[in-house]
Design a protein around this ligand. Sequence first.
Ligand code: GDP
Length: 445
Amino acid sequence: MFETLSDRLTSVFSSLRAKGRLSDADIDATCREIRIALLEADVALPVVRAFVAHVKERARGSEVSQALNPAQQVVKIVNDELIEILGGETRRLRLAKTPPTIIMLAGLQGAGKTTLAGKLARWLREQGHAPMLVAADLQRPNAVQQLAVVGERAEVAVFAPEPGNGVGDPIDVARRSIDHAKRQQHDVVIIDTAGRLGIDQELMRQAADIRDAVRPDEILFVVDAMIGQDAVTTAQAFMEGVGFDGVVLTKLDGDARGGAALSVRHITGKPIMFASTGEKLGDFDAFHPDRMASRILDMGDVLTLIEQAQKTFDEEQAKKMAGKLTSGDGFTLDDFLEQMAMVQKMGPIKNLLGMMPGMGQMRDQLNQIDDRDLDRIAAIIRSMTPGERAEPKIINGSRRARIARGSGVSVTEVSSLVTRFFDAQKMMKRMAGGLGIPGMPGSGG
Ligand code: GDP
């Protein structure tokens, strides 16, 4: 997501890097480039205008810090403005003082509401809540069934009308679900409503009726980021027809341009609260404007990376591994295997590496990373004896040939793995002082 914008902006900044001081003409030229970058990323025109005007005003003003060079100053201003346009502070879910908290989902058909209902429910469950999903989409055949499947996968309860009773009344279902949730001690209720392919009055009226019947604590407008500029018009229509408190962007994995994300907040005045980045239940997270800005400017998203690591690894495991990593000596091929399995649990390697600062320029190489390569490495290590894994120095020519036969790879691949392992061991010893994280673009690091 945001690749186009990210590439354009980083190239704007790198052309500034050589300059000692920015003239007004430099600032104008830079702002023109930023404007083109935003328009290419499909950001709505009023948003582009406001954004560029702010950047220009601040770049010309004397507020700029003496500690930063001109390119860094512009990066800082653009970063601040991106955060601003994405909503400033992270907007967290508001829980009701007296449970259940009622969350209602609204949006067009295909926006990803049902999928999102499951993701949100699982996310809440992981935080110790007892959510319940409600199938108030009774229009679309299979919608109830789909929600039941999603609920099962997310391991949360689903409230749905009995099948076979004809088409039920969604407003009645929604109302009854609240009483049911209270009786069953569910503290969050997520209501999935019907969507239509396009905006129509009937759809809006039904959503408004459900809203009036259950009086939700949060109405979330779910919108597919891939529909580009249409996201803005749809958001406006839902704003007028139903009203909402926050926005959820879905399918951010598919949209390289990301203009919707950068426009919706500014146009509707409502914060983006969550982002969906895939079809799996785990492809979902709270939306943090500052982290997103940092990703767009290729400054990495180390915080999200750390959070994912914390979610995946237990503390004991992490401490044990950290000890071995920093000493370098105790690190064996078995540890290597274990570590690889741990990393793979966090998700595709290229997504993880993509969150590191400066990785934007290496996107082509990242896209070539195939997680199956890791499976091959694992197969090689598994073909080694415990002695070989603990003491890779003993792996001589004939052992290499045996390992290659056992794992179905060439001897060269085995040799290259052993060599890389020794290199990694050396590097760990060197890094024992701490992890070096490259600085912001322009810092020369
Ligand atoms: P609804 O009609 O609004 O309930 O939409 P669905 O939840 O049924 O989603 C429509 C389609 O989009 C399904 O095929 C989902 O698997 C897919 N989908 C939902 N969220 C995402 C996402 O974040 N990324 C991708 N790539 N696909 C998604």
